[in-house]
Design a protein around this ligand. Structure first.
Ligand code: S3P
Length: 441
């Protein structure tokens, strides 16, 4: 099941029909491991994503004395050590490719009495980390990045943290979460104000583990979230639904491969994550949410996607944080749509697992798409996809997006650097081929 370094994706064998369930939500899986580890008692997690990113988080807690059985087919049992029960790790904590793991762990570790060092792979070592060390330092944490603002993050122990009132400089759930997690250890109330809605899994899951966390809308878009330090997390059982960010590849595939009608089962449709649905609908996609229900404090539904010719559109910049991880595959939808699509207000894409604006522009040009790069987005003119060879820059979502492009290409798409698909979607190739795509690894 481990993805290979090179993928070749050819025209789909047939329309995408039937139903499939993609793996568990990555953001929720990280948080379930973190909160279960810090809780009092034993938590049972089901639906956990067994991707490399989440495994890095789990390995870090095991290295700090947490015992856990699994994961086995998405089931993980974690024996929590309580808020103050972590032990100093004997070596550096390797967060692999995962920005979420590094930034959220920084929030937790900055509040511990012991020292630690967070390291990552080549891609993570190029990503900006002062966005978390700056607010953490203002809480009294002793943590620092390398001189270039990137990992490793060096953390020294502290006795206690001070609460802060923090205005996020950008709409980022990772920074919000890092500050809130440190706030659980601060002496008083920490508040974080986000300029626009970002995924709220931290807030929802804190409540599921019995920790009070208040969100107050300041205006239509601005929200302030508050936590008081000194509380405790109580073990719980948590069922993690499928990841809309993984389902997105199939939502686009079914929208562009003629005759498709695909049901994506049990997907988390938290409104802070459904920008992909709004954007595809704005392009004319036929998407229906079926059997909406609540699972563990999160809205869940089956998503039915039927083929329809897409039309280009001007993507509302307000939707950017609500679809931040889906832009690579949205670019592929735009490349297949009639007319032009503009992406703007999306400069943050340059700071993901790769510079996703330049990686997508370069790759789309290589397969015959007409695209203009802009500082904060791009202009894509839809048309035919000829095919060719693309670099994914070892970015899982770039690799999977071009695999979807291959499904409607004339000559196939060869993708280099695709081994990182295993970070978020270990069985991508298997599920894609079962649905009707034609991908060789
Ligand atoms: C995530 C937040 C987002 C997203 C990432 C997961 C999270 O990052 O891109 O894949 O789980 O909090 P930012 O907060 O940096 O936008």
């Amino acid at each position: 099941m481990t993805a290979k370094a090179t993928l070749t994706s050819r025209a789909a064998n047939h329309s995408l029909l039937g139903s499939l369930r993609v793996p568990g939500d990555k953001s929720m899986s990280h948080r379930a491991v973190m909160f279960s580890s810090l809780a009092e008692g034993t938590s049972h997690v089901t639906g956990l994503l067994e991707g490399e990113d989440v495994m890095a988080t789990l390995a870090a807690f095991r290295a700090m004395g947490v015992t856990a059985e699994g994961p086995d087919n998405g089931a993980l049992t974690v024996h929590g050590v309580g808020m103050n029960g972590l032990q100093a790790p004997e070596s550096d904590l390797d967060m692999g490719n995962s920005g979420t793991a590094m930034r959220l762990m920084a929030g937790i570790l900055a509040a511990q009495r012991f020292a630690s060092k967070l390291i990552g792979d080549e891609s993570l070592t190029k990503r900006p980390m002062r966005r978390v060390t700056v607010p953490l330092t203002s809480m009294g944490a002793r943590c620092a990045t390398d001189d270039n603002g990137c990992p490793p993050i060096h953390i020294r122990g502290v006795e206690k943290l001070e609460p802060i009132t923090y205005k996020l400089p950008m709409a980022s759930a990772q920074i919000k979460s890092a500050v809130l997690l440190a706030g659980l250890y601060a002496d008083g109330e920490t508040s974080v104000t986000e300029p626009a809605p970002t995924r709220d899994h931290t807030e929802r899951m804190l409540k599921a583990y019995g920790y009070q966390c208040q969100s107050e809308k300041v205006s239509d878009t601005v929200t302030t979230i508050r936590v008081k330090g000194g509380g405790k997390l109580t073990a719980t059982d948590i069922d993690i639904p499928a990841d809309i960010s993984s389902a997105a590849f199939f939502m686009v595939a079914a929208s562009i491969v003629p005759g498709s009608r695909l049901l994506l089962e049990h997907v988390c449709v938290n409104p802070t994550r459904t920008g992909i649905i709004d954007i595809l609908k704005a392009m004319g996609a036929d998407i229906k949410l079926i059997n909406p229900r609540a699972v563990g404090g999160e809205p869940v539904a089956d998503i039915q996607v039927s083929y329809v010719g897409l039309k280009g559109c001007e993507i509302d910049p307000e939707l950017v944080p609500l679809a931040i991880d889906e832009f690579p595959v949205i670019c592929i939808a735009a490349a297949c749509a009639e007319g032009q699509t503009t992406v703007s207000g999306a400069e943050e894409l340059r700071h993901k697992e790769s510079d996703r604006i330049s990686a997508m522009v370069e790759g789309m040009r290589a397969i015959g798409v007409d695209v203009e790069e802009r500082r904060d987005g791009m202009l894509i003119t839809g048309g035919k996809i000829a095919g060719g060879t693309v670099e994914s820059y070892h970015d899982h979502r770039i690799a999977m997006s071009f695999a979807i492009a291959g499904a409607v290409s004339e000559n196939g798409v060869l993708i280099n650097g695709a081994e990182t698909v295993a970070t978020s979607f270990p069985n991508f190739v298997e599920l894609a081929n079962a649905a009707g795509l034609s991908i060789d690894d």
